[in-house]
Design a protein around this ligand. Sequence first.
Ligand SMILES: *[C@@H]1O[C@H](CO)[C@@H](O)[C@H](O)[C@H]1NC(C)=O
Ligand SMILES: *[C@@H]1O[C@H](CO)[C@@H](O)[C@H](O)[C@H]1NC(C)=O
Ligand SMILES: *[C@@H]1O[C@H](CO)[C@@H](O)[C@H](O)[C@H]1NC(C)=O
Length: 253
Amino acid sequence: MLGCRQNMRVLISCIVFLSSVHYLSAFSCEFNVRLKQTLKNEGFHRNLTYGIILNGEDDQCWLFKDCILGLEQVLPRGVFANPDELSALRRINKINAVPKQQVNVELPAEQSPPTVTYVIEKIQNCKVYMWLPVHARYHAALYGGGMTRNKINPPKLYLRCPDQRLEMCNRSAKPVNFLCNGSSKEKCSWKEIPYSVMSESIVWKIPVGNLDHYTKISVGTALVIAIGSLYLIKAIHEHKLITSFNPFNNPLS
Ligand SMILES: *[C@@H]1O[C@H](CO)[C@@H](O)[C@H](O)[C@H]1NC(C)=O
Ligand SMILES: *[C@@H]1O[C@H](CO)[C@@H](O)[C@H](O)[C@H]1NC(C)=O
Ligand SMILES: *[C@@H]1O[C@H](CO)[C@@H](O)[C@H](O)[C@H]1NC(C)=O
């Protein structure tokens, strides 16, 4: 009698469990994430911003509650994020961003590899705004000068939640381990999430020096110096001639 009841209970909880698994796997992986990436400001120091909208099915974002979003942004060789600036911004809780590897901020674009930066932010509601300060590297001068095109691709988007809720979603996508955030050395397990890009691709045109101008300028400078020196030598010489032949200028007479 008792055993039968217990079996009933087990059966019922099993049915409840199975249906909730079915419910979750059918429901929870409709991520429906949209990302808009823009490059703000002008000049050599700019602001790469991200607007992210997270809508589960039926415009609900319960799936993302208390989760943490991690962007993996690759920057082309002509552009970099400064690690010192990022750690200063982390200390004052402005943004939580950290370079994946060492970044040499001194290298010219031609000698620098592309670099990777993580930007991490907790999801408060269905919208997340993130940003990253980026800088142009010095580009070696070329004949003809002009601009170099630095294409900034959309980031990879990762999610990490305080519980196991992402386990059900796309089992073929293996979790990836990288830093939990920029403030600790600890690593966390993240899951890459598909999204749609709502913005046009970003191309940052960075001016390079013109070697033609450089030769013109140096030849011009050399000419000016040469003519100026000749003129001075001539003037000194004439002055000498005048003073030595002027009888009124002779202190002995
Ligand atoms: C970059 O843009 C974001 C969003 O508009 C803003 O909150 C942030 O202060 C900007 N950062 C800088 C350094 O201008
Ligand atoms: C599941 O993950 C695989 C491997 O990462 C990926 O190629 C595929 O597009 C993902 N499918 C969905 C529906 O997200
Ligand atoms: C960074 O991650 C660690 C480890 O998960 C956590 O203890 C810490 O609170 C996090 N810091 C911030 C600023 O999110």
